[in-house]
Design a protein around this ligand. Structure first.
Ligand code: PLP
Length: 370
């Protein structure tokens, strides 16, 4: 890899085995989420040299395909892995844009610091996205609510079973055309309250976007599904049952007077880009937004008294999803037939509108990729 005035240079090895236009069209007709991947991938390697200094090198675009890893690669044993998730949107004129990618680049580096992985210069992160979307532009769908989901990730590739930060690491990006995350129309989802499992603890990795957090949430997710729920919400039991977040989404409460409340970032909650964008959009509307502790008791009492009028979850994949009811063992909080709330839907529409170019981007949140 060379770094020139114009930025980072990537070697390009284009696929000779791209899907045909018909094959691509068949996939894009019903992409689902995370089922299909584009024709290329981007890779940048990192190694620590004899002098103890680490550097990123061999940035390249390659055909999509399996990774060759030594069976002793650190990532396979100790889970030294982090990832990101963001989307590329096709605008009406055919151009392709991404949303606040610099936030994802910064967050990747915060996650990297927590998992003892190397810092990746944000310009490499952004150029990697440009390279991949540039090569696979045809894969960006243009249907309503559709996008190309971008999945950057960093793994410890060093072949070594000792426990210490790996000296060889790989940063990669793959891309997957995406429809509506939960599939079908936007119906409020039921949420299972996790009483048996925690997602994060003080001093743990809850604020980092790492695969281990997701592995640890799967048992709770299975419990949720066994009780007819789509998602699970985690509490901080050691902190008055403060509401934290869902397995992969942040949560917001809309109060009767228009105030929005979302759990404060305590170190156990992942700082969502969608979360911070919603805070900004709500404040632009003159709404009061509180980042504070909100307990399970306040949630239950607020629903019962009518003080809380809407609850929604948010994240890149599903954007904004209304929460219908909360299931806590045998009890149900909220009406089973709850409809998506007005504030929820209008914030969703505005955010999607900015991302897809239908609403003016007054904050400079969009970056053109292709
Ligand atoms: C990625 C993620 C979110 C949402 O973050 P966005 O940047 O809005 O996509 C929320 N919680 C967890 C645990 C996550 O991993």
């Amino acid at each position: 890899m060379t770094q020139t005035d114009a930025g980072v240079e990537f070697a390009q090895k284009l696929s000779t085995n791209r899907r045909t236009e018909e094959e691509r069209a068949a996939i894009l007709a019903n992409p689902g989420f995370g089922n299909h991947f584009t024709d290329h991938t981007v890779i940048v390697d990192y190694s620590v040299g004899e002098d103890g200094k680490g550097s990123w090198h061999d940035a390249r675009l390659e055909p999509y395909g399996p990774i060759m890893l030594d069976p002793s690669a650190a990532v396979l044993h100790y889970g030294q892995e982090i990832f990101e998730g963001l989307k590329a949107y096709r605008h009406a004129d055919g151009s392709v844009w991404t949303f606040r990618a610099e936030k994802n680049a910064e967050r990747l580096n915060r996650s990297a610091a927590r998992l003892a992985l190397p810092q990746l210069p944000p310009e490499i992160f952004l150029e990697a996205l440009r390279q991949l979307v540039g090569a696979d532009k045809e894969w960006v769908p243009n249907g309503e609510g559709e996008s190309l989901y971008l999945r950057p990730f960093m793994i410890a590739t060093e072949a070594f079973l000792g426990v210490r930060p790996a000296k060889e690491v790989s940063f990669r990006v793959i891309a997957s055309p995406a429809g509506n995350y939960f599939g079908g129309e936007l119906a409020p989802v039921s949420i299972w309250l996790s009483r048996n499992y925690a997602r994060a603890g003080r001093g743990g990795t809850g604020a980092a976007k790492c695969g281990g957090n997701y592995a640890a949430s799967l048992a709770a997710q299975l419990e949720a599904e066994a009780h007819g729920c789509k998602q699970v919400v985690f509490l901080d039991e050691a902190n008055d049952n403060a509401v934290e977040e869902l397995g992969g989404m942040n949560v917001f409460f809309v109060f009767k007077d228009g105030t929005l409340v979302t759990p404060a970032l305590t170190g156990t909650i992942l700082e969502g880009v969608t979360r911070s964008s919603i805070i900004q959009l709500a404040e632009d509307r003159g709404l009061k937004v509180e980042e504070r502790k909100i307990t399970l008791d306040e949630w239950c009492e607020g629903i019962a008294s009518g003080e809380i009028t809407e609850v929604f979850a948010c994240g890149t994949a599903a954007v904004i999803t209304p929460i219908g009811k909360l299931v806590d063992g045998d009890s149900v909080i909220g009406a089973p037939d709850a409809k998506a709330g007005e504030v929820t839907m209008s914030l969703r529409e505005q955010l999607l509108g900015i991302q897809t170019g239908a609403v003016e981007d007054t904050h400079g949140w969009l970056t053109r990729l292709a």
